[in-house]
Design a protein around this ligand. Structure first.
Ligand code: NAP
Ligand code: HSE
Length: 301
C-alpha cells in the first residue's frame, strides 16, 4: 500500500514533534513529503533541509496529500488552509485562535478539516464531545484548558515563587504560545472553550462577549488566602447552555474535580441530559502530546 504524503507547514515545537512521530510510529502509512517554515536560514536537521519549500507551493503540490498547519495565527494560515481544502486535501491544524474566530466560515467552506489538537493538547476531547453532542443535550463544559497557566499556578504554589520566572520555564518547555500573553491573559483558554461551546451548541460563539480574565492578578498572598480556606486557585474556562462561555480564576474547593489537576495537565468535565459528569484528564501542551492529537487526525477515517 502506498504511503500518504504529508506536507508540514511549521517546524517549531509541534511541527518537529509531528515529524518525529511520523518517522517513529507511522512510517508504514505516512511520509513527510514537504516542510514549510518562515525562516529558511535557521539550522534544521539535514533531512528537513531537503524537504523545504514555500507554504503556498506546498499546499498545491501534487506530492502532498494531507496538509498539517502548525504555524499559528490567522494569516497566512487561513488562506493556506482554504487553498488546501479547495484542492480536496485533508487539513489538520492545532490552531485554536483560527478555529475559534472562523468556526462557522470554515465549517461552511466544507472539506476535510480536523482540529483535535487545538483544544486540550493530547486529550481527545473534540472526538468525545462530538459523539456526546449527537446523543445528549450538552448542558455544561468546564475545564482547565491552558497548560502554561496551570503549570505556572502549580509551580507558584509549590515553590512559593512569583509568576515571571516560571513563565520563562514554561516557554523553554514549549508549552507557551509565541506571544505568551495569549496564555497569561486567558485568550488561549477563551479560544478553546469557544471551540467546545461551538461544538456543543452547533454555532460559533462571539468572542467579544466572553468575559475573560487571566492569572496576572494572582499573587502568592491570594494563593495563601485560598489555602487557608482549603481552596486552590485555578484558571477555569466554562460554557453553559444558559450563560454561555467565560474564563475566570476561581478558588476551587479541594474536592472539586478540577482542583487537583496540576502542572501542564488539562482536564475537561462535560455534562449532558443523559450523561452525568464525565471528566477527561491529560497532558494539555507540549510538542509530543499535541503531535499525538495531530497524528490521531491523520489516521482518523
Ligand atoms: P512555534 O514553536 O513557534 O513554531 C512555529 C513554526 O511555524 C516555526 O517553524 C515557524 O518557522 C513556522 N512559521 C511561522 N510562520 C510561518 C509562515 N508564515 N510560513 C511558514 N512557516 C511559518 O509554535 P508551536 O508551539 O509549534 O505552535 C504551533 C501551533 O500549534 C500554534 O497554532 C499553537 O497555538 C498550536 N499549539 C501549540 C501547542 C504547544 O504546546 N506548543 C499545543 C497545542 C497547539 P521558523 O521555524 O522558521 O520560525
Ligand atoms: N499554550 C497552550 C497551553 C498550548 O499552554 O495550553 C496548548 O494549546
Amino acid at each position: 500500500m502506498s504511503r500518504s504524503r504529508v506536507g508540514l507547514i511549521g517546524f517549531g515545537t509541534v511541527g518537529a514533534a509531528v515529524y518525529e512521530q511520523i518517522q517513529t510510529n507511522l512510517w508504514e502509512r505516512f511520509e513527510v513529503a514537504r516542510v514549510a517554515v518562515r525562516d529558511r536560514g535557521k539550522a534544521r536537521p539535514a533531512e528537513i533541509e531537503d524537504l523545504l519549500c514555500d507554504a503556498q507551493y506546498l499546499v498545491q503540490a501534487d506530492d502532498v496529500d494531507i496538509v498539517v498547519e502548525v504555524i499559528g495565527g490567522i494569516h497566512p494560515a487561513i488562506d493556506l488552509i482554504k487553498l488546501a481544502l479547495t484542492q480536496g486535501k485533508r487539513v489538520v491544524t492545532a490552531n485554536k485562535e483560527l478555529i475559534a474566530r472562523h468556526y462557522d466560515e470554515l465549517i461552511a467552506f466544507g472539506g476535510d478539516l480536523r482540529f483535535e489538537a487545538a483544544v486540550a493538547g493530547g486529550i481527545p476531547v473534540i472526538q468525545v464531545l462530538r459523539t456526546l453532542a449527537q446523543t445528549n443535550r450538552i448542558t455544561s463544559i468546564h475545564g482547565i484548558l491552558n497548560g502554561t497557566t496551570n503549570f505556572i499556578l502549580t509551580e507558584m504554589e509549590t515553590r512559593q515563587s512569583e509568576l515571571e520566572p516560571i513563565l520563562k520555564e514554561a516557554q523553554a518547555m514549549g508549552y507557551a504560545e509565541a506571544d505568551p500573553t495569549a496564555d497569561v491573559d486567558g485568550f488561549d483558554a477563551m479560544y478553546k472553550i469557544a471551540i467546545l461551546g461551538a461544538i456543543a451548541s452547533g454555532e460559533q460563539l462571539d468572542l467579544e462577549t466572553i468575559p475573560r480574565s487571566g492569572i496576572r492578578e494572582i499573587s502568592l498572598t491570594k494563593m495563601r488566602e485560598a489555602a487557608e480556606h482549603e481552596r486552590r486557585i485555578k484558571l477555569v474556562a466554562s460554557w453553559t447552555r444558559e450563560s454561555g462561555a467565560r474564563v475566570t480564576c476561581q478558588a476551587l474547593p479541594l474536592d472539586h474535580p478540577l482542583s487537583q489537576v496540576d502542572g501542564v495537565m488539562n482536564a475537561v468535565t462535560i455534562e449532558g441530559d443523559f450523561m452525568p459528569t464525565l471528566t477527561l484528564i491529560g497532558p494539555g501542551a507540549g510538542g509530543r502530546p499535541t503531535s499525538s492529537a495531530i497524528c490521531g487526525d491523520l489516521v482518523a477515517e
